[in-house]
Design a binder for this molecule. Sequence first.
Ligand code: HEC
Ligand code: HEC
Length: 393
Amino acid sequence: MRKILLVVILGLGVAAASSLSRYSNPVAAGSSQTTAVFDSDGKMKLPVGYRRWVFIGAPLTPNALNNGKANFPEYHHVYVEQKNLDAYLKTGVFPEGMVIVKELTRVLNPTFPDGSRAEPSGRGYFNGEYNGMDVTVKDSKRFAATNGWGFFNFGHHPLPYAESAKEASAAECAGCHIAYVAKTRRQDQVNQRGDAELESESMMAYQVRLAIGVLLMAATAVSPQSGDKGPVFTNDGSLVLPSGFRSWVFIGGPITPNGLNDGDAPFPEFHSVYIERENLRYYQKNGKFPEGTVLVKELSLAQVGKHPDGSLDSASGRGYFPSTLNGLDVMVKDSKRYSKTHDWGFFTFGHHAEPYESAAKESSQCAYCHIANVAKTDMVWIQYYPLLKSKID
Ligand code: HEC
Ligand code: HEC
């Protein structure tokens, strides 16, 4: 396994990508797959099941960093279907019929002038309510006039969104995408670009970077336990690296950048948190997490910007944009094994780029802070995941 990963890291590129993509997790291959559906007026129907797609990143352009005038003053959660991601990794081209969903969530109650707030993990931005949905569809014939992509806006407001949307005008959407990323199609082109160019990089480019991370994750995730539900332990009680979590429900991605924490945030990254669907459902019904719940928090670095707070200027505004994956922390609920730490065990599979450790011993560095602050809410910072309360499909 290690050899395969090294080969990928050394950049064998598209060829390696295609040979590995068949390992990607099968979870998303079920009923949640969909393609764009249009009615007779050419309106697009609201996509369904997209929260089971692969979450590939959530740029953030808060209003407070954009003179109160950000186009999208929220987190932008981007989802793509596994099969389209696989196709893209294999061919370097986004396949016909591909749908990309960008769902917006508000920034949770700002307390500083820059829109951030201070919490035990540091000063930063946390997710608030869902607040709208934008969609792009690739269809070179239908949308030939806008470079092969159609743009749809299902509302810029809290749930529920519109049931259908007509194609947005080029002035509203496509114009900006065409101006900046008309060329961003092939990952080899993106790979050749240096970090000095990050500042001008935007839209698809950031996705491509993340997609490469996703590919590596797909490779690391291959283990005999692949596809199993719940935690898997080794004989000595270590936790096996969870697999398949990219198709779990993404419930939030706080960011506590170094630039807002005197250069020394404990976790200066985006913290993307995932939970399995059935455990989320149980929580919504019972107000606590069931035995065997696994919560994954994956870290991804923010692209480095010139502003003192670390933020970056992009076509969508000034904000924070994910780059490479940089660590994985996990919590497991098991009241027998972890009765000493309020029924939860804490594990870290490394605070560095992939590959992560394949198994981890229980960590003694974690529980104290969760106990001190969130013992009453089943050890989870539910206040930062308003999405736990939202209706999911
Ligand atoms: C002023 C420029 C601009 C405008 C106008 C704009 N976008 Fe984007 N869009 C971006 C940028 C930059 C990103 C990636 C970074 C981000 O989300 O902040 C993006 C990302 C997206 C994504 C995620 C996939 C991708 O291409 O990266 C979708 C979907 C999307 N936009 C749809 C829309 C729709 C629909 C509209 C019109 C309602 C729209 N956009 C208007 C700049 C723009
Ligand atoms: C100083 C306090 C502190 C310490 C120490 C700490 N955490 Fe957390 N943890 C937080 C906060 C605050 C959040 C939620 C907000 C965020 O991610 O910034 C969080 C979130 C999490 C989550 C997501 C689910 C949840 O409860 O919100 C996991 C998983 C997690 N931490 C695991 C760990 C692990 C593993 C360690 C040890 C390596 C650790 N934490 C150490 C404060 C802490």
